[in-house]
Design a binder for this molecule. Sequence first.
Ligand code: SAH
Ligand code: SF4
Ligand code: F3S
Length: 457
Amino acid sequence: MSTASAAGTDGNQRKVFIKTYGCQMNVYDSQRMGEVLGGRGYAVTDTAYGADLVILNTCHIREKAAEKVYSELGRLRLMKDQAGGAMKIAVAGCVAQAEGEEIVRRAPVVDLVFGPQTYHRLPELLDEQAETGSAVVETEFPADEKFDALDAPAGAKMLKRGVAAFLTVQEGCDKFCTFCVVPYTRGAEFSRPAQRIVAEARQLVDAGVREITLLGQNVNGWHGEGLDGGSWTLGHLLDELSAIDGLERLRYTTSHPRDMDDALIAAHGSNPKVMPYLHLPVQSGSDRILKAMNRKHTARSYNDLVARIRAARPDIAMSSDFIVGFPGETDDDFEATMQLVRGVTYAQAFSFKYSPRPGTPAAGHYGQVPEDVKSDRLARLQALLGAQQADFNNACVGRTLDVLLEKPGRKAGQLVGRSPYLQSVFLEAGHRSIGETVRVEITGTGPNSLTGHMVDA
Ligand code: SAH
Ligand code: SF4
Ligand code: F3S
């Protein structure tokens, strides 16, 4: 038996380091993995040095994201050698799901591979690996079993969350956009029951959380039996959650334009705890490209939807995702995207060069766009989006915004919080502390943040 695991059985806590790539759902999953392992005597640490177990919770969305995993495994191999082989290395998340056995072939240093739907079984999988001494690969989709297991934790304690926390309410995707791996890595759409979500939200609020972001690959497709026995969609769920005392703010991400129903749009107007910020990916402004992407919406239907949302909540800050250089995208198609952006005006956005992903239909499409054309389009789009973001931030100067204080700022005495529009706001907080919401007059803007001072302190 190795020294490290002997220390574990001596009663000294074993240590797990979890490195998270990709989207917010991976952040949430990493926290839950930490909790599952907490029930088995592991403490979460913030460095791989000296850890008994290192988990890479990976992302497969673009080639670059997936390749990062292998360079990290190279570094970990050296560390494992230095530790005399005592360190166990696991690959979790979407690369694990997509590549399975291939990971162990390419990186034999890996002891365990498990997908996003099986991490509740981590303790058993670790036992199996220890018993057999060879790599274990688990990438099944045990239907709906994960959350049942996670909701009934044996001796697991909730890890500390801070003021703002994520809560997965929906997982998986049935939309099959032709560029995207998510339907293959996360499986079919599944909504957690309302009752479980409300219980988890209460637990978070009891632990000091003031803002909850509901997560799902298609979060606005969430639906289920409500607490009143009726059939609920996300708008109802937000209303139910907003009744929790001590919970001040609700957000949700990521939404698909096709699933924005009237009740959800109405919630933006009627529920003061639902923050005036919406991430609503459009991907492209060209109907031809949207069709080839299988997005199930047009530029027109998206614009109409944004107009309805703004009618419900005029000050809402819009955010989006864009892909440039999808196969077949012409200069005119790209111009249509620029046109859409000029029309909507975004407060914030993410934009990417199309990355062909193995197993997705678009990877085999004709008309792959050359890299230099993609780079040029991305630069032009990002310049426009960056200017819109700066305009939005500048327009906040002179306004007074509610800021939820989240953590210490860069300087002594300074705290940083979030505006309703998700901007970071730096301020001198005096005697006010983390977790409080303060009124702040905005006095300046930085590249990615605002500064201000408290009014009525
Ligand atoms: N479920 C969400 C987000 C999925 S992934 C949605 O429906 O919008 C996040 C973003 O990554 C996507 O919105 C898309 O803009 C981008 N993306 C996904 N696959 C990609 C690919 N193959 N190449 C480049 N960007 C991609
Ligand atoms: Fe991917 Fe499209 Fe599903 Fe979003 S809606 S996760 S982009 S397939
Ligand atoms: Fe990446 Fe999987 Fe999230 S591919 S974006 S970690 S759902």
